[in-house]
Design a protein around this ligand. Structure first.
Ligand code: BGC
Length: 573
């Protein structure tokens, strides 16, 4: 066994968790099953569950999203992105990465694990740790950084936390899944050194440092081969080189050729193929195209996951029902958001002096942009707005003016970002009448999501105009910026301070209020470069690719590696 697999195993042992090497028990169970039953185990029973084989004592287990909170949907069918049970919505990974604190990720992970356990969930589908190759990837809000070491360490922290509660985590999306355009069919063409040093390195770190129970393979191809078909990626690199001993599942619908996938070592197809692939696998084994041992190895790992989850029941026993955790987890979410908030500029205006009259401007102050859209969307247990939190903070401060002194103007539509008819005029009037103006702007939800990439890096035009108008009306203006990824800041030198919250989760409003009034330190530092313009990004010449192919021609020159090497200026480093 390699040193690395030894370390993975030691880690698993030191956490008191079953190690995950298909145990003797799993192998015995498999040996008693007919080929058809072994094959049945290799795909989901429905959207979120594995198959139970009752006569062999194998329970079905539930796998569900992830990553910054639990997204457990009611029922068992394909319910798309319908709202799930309520769960604490923590800051998304793009936010949390700014804390540079894997121990904080671990605390968040533990809380997510506790909530998952209370809901009977065996595996949480996260964290995602694909690298931020280009600022416009629509899913960057769900990923940590442009740097693989930081990504790997943060992901490892989250995994350790979730698993400390006896719930499995899932590293995704393995590998080279760095954009949403054509994500299901795209061929990412990348040279070996870049592949290893950038796109695999974070996964390697996370596997070695946290022994995840599961890994999810990505939809796309790498150098011509679908990830789901790749023996090199799934078995040689992940298992043999890094010592991964858990279960490998497909992304939802990511299997290209199920027979090739089993031969490559892809244990579980999710959600499944309504039996089509079962027939193909049976035929392949009977005709000698596929070794029966390959089916057995995958089936044993599916059973092993169920066994592992059963054996970890003791770790889950200490948890309390969701409702009892709600307050503590909300407070953790608030602290995590503050510790991840980045003060981009500050001429000394922050923290706000006591007794100042404040104008709060921008609909995002009242209706926060706090998480991303798609499979990671959590139904929060509650939602704190910055406006309410500021009212409370100002009211609570000694010698502060009354809450009535926090004026509010929405100025734009929070969904579209479009200015209201009198938005600019009202905002300017409110700003001029106050000592300090706080302008809340950012990327509306429609600008970034799983499923598509951004076409540009601009804020809604009305948001830029709003910031300019407010700064002109009152130079003592603080901009509070939300969104999952970098944006152009044409007005960067005008405000007295810029506070970047990214997507702060359900308690993000409270956290930014804490930071503004000085009750919490804005502990975040950027985990990705903010370029001046898209043209400056080395990968931009090859993004999002032509047709079904994307060439990673920039090689290693991703993020700061490019800007520092080329000596190019950036907006924020
Ligand atoms: C996403 C995964 C997610 C899965 C299940 C896929 O489309 O890429 O991240 O875990 O759906 O919702």
């Amino acid at each position: 066994m390699s040193d690395v697999s030894e370390r993975v195993r030691e880690h698993a042992m030191s956490t008191g968790l079953p190690s995950g090497v298909a145990s003797a028990r799993a192998r015995e169970i498999i040996a008693r099953l007919a080929l058809e039953d072994r094959i049945r185990l290799l795909s989901g029973a429905d959207m979120w569950h594995t198959v139970a084989v009752a006569e062999a004592g194998i329970p079905a287990i539930m796998l569900t999203d992830g990553p910054h909170g639990l997204r457990k949907q009611g029922g068992s069918g394909d319910v798309g992105f319908a709202p799930g049970v309520s769960a604490t919505c923590f800051p998304t990974s793009a936010t949390l990465a700014c804390s540079w604190d894997p121990a904080l990720a671990e605390q968040v992970g533990r809380a997510i694990g506790e909530e998952a356990a209370a809901e009977g969930v065996a595996v949480v589908l996260g964290p995602g740790l694909n690298l931020k190759r280009h600022p416009c990837c629509g899913r960057n809000f769900e990923y940590y950084s442009e740097d693989p070491l930081l990504s790997g360490r943060m992901a490892a922290g989250l995994v350790r936390g979730v698993q400390s509660f006896g719930v499995g985590a899932c590293l995704k999306h393995y590998a080279v899944n760095n954009q949403e355009t054509n994500r299901m069919v795209l061929d990412a063409v990348v040279d070996e050194r870049t592949f290893r040093e950038l796109y695999l390195a974070g996964f390697e770190t996370a596997v070695v440092e946290s022994a995840p129970w599961t890994v999810m393979c990505a939809y796309n191809r790498v150098n011509g081969e679908y990830c789901s078909d790749s023996h090199r990626l799934l078995t040689e690199i992940l298992r043999e080189e890094w010592g991964f001993e858990g279960l490998l599942m497909s992304d939802w619908g990511a299997v290209n050729d199920r027979v090739a996938a089993v031969a490559a070592g892809l244990d579980l197809e999710m959600p499944g193929s309504h039996g089509v692939n079962d027939a193909a696998l049976g035929e392949a084994v009977r005709s000698g195209v596929l070794a029966g041992e390959a089916v057995d190895a995958c089936a044993a790992r599916v059973v092993e996951l169920a066994v592992r989850s059963e054996e970890a029941a003791e770790l889950r026993a200490g948890g309390s029902p969701g409702a009892q955790n709600a307050d503590a987890h909300h407070e953790l979410a608030r602290r995590a958001a503050a510790e991840s908030t980045v003060l981009l500029t500050n001429d000394g205006i922050l923290p706000l002096a006591r007794g100042v009259r404040i104008a709060v401007i921008g609909a995002m102050a009242a209706e926060p942009r706090y998480q991303g859209a798609g499979s990671s969307q959590v139904t929060p247990t509650r939602l704190e707005s910055a406006l309410d939190a500021l009212h409370s903070a100002v009211t609570a401060r000694e010698s502060a003016p009354s809450a009535a002194d926090v004026a509010y103007v929405a100025a734009y539509d929070p969904v579209t970002g479009d200015l209201e008819p009198d938005g600019l005029a009202e905002a300017s009037r409110a700003a001029a009448a106050a000592d300090v103006a706080l302008v809340f702007v950012g990327l509306p939800a429609s600008y970034e999501s799983e499923g598509f990439d951004r076409a540009h890096m601009r804020l809604p035009e009305g948001h830029d105009r709003l910031v300019e108008a407010v700064c002109a009306a009152n130079p003592r203006t603080v901009v509070v910026l939300a969104g999952g990824a970098p944006v152009e800041l044409p007005w960067v030198d005008e405000p007295a301070a810029i506070v970047l919250t990214y997507l702060g989760g359900q308690a993000g409003g409270g956290a930014v209020s804490d930071v503004l009034v000085g009750d919490a330190e804005p502990g975040g530092r950027l985990a990705e470069t903010w370029p001046l313009a898209l043209e400056d990004v080395a990968a931009d010449a090859n993004f999002p690719g032509e047709g079904r192919q994307i060439r990673y021609r920039e090689g290693l020159y991703v993020g700061y590696r490019y800007f520092t090497t080329a000596g190019r200026p950036v907006r924020f480093c």
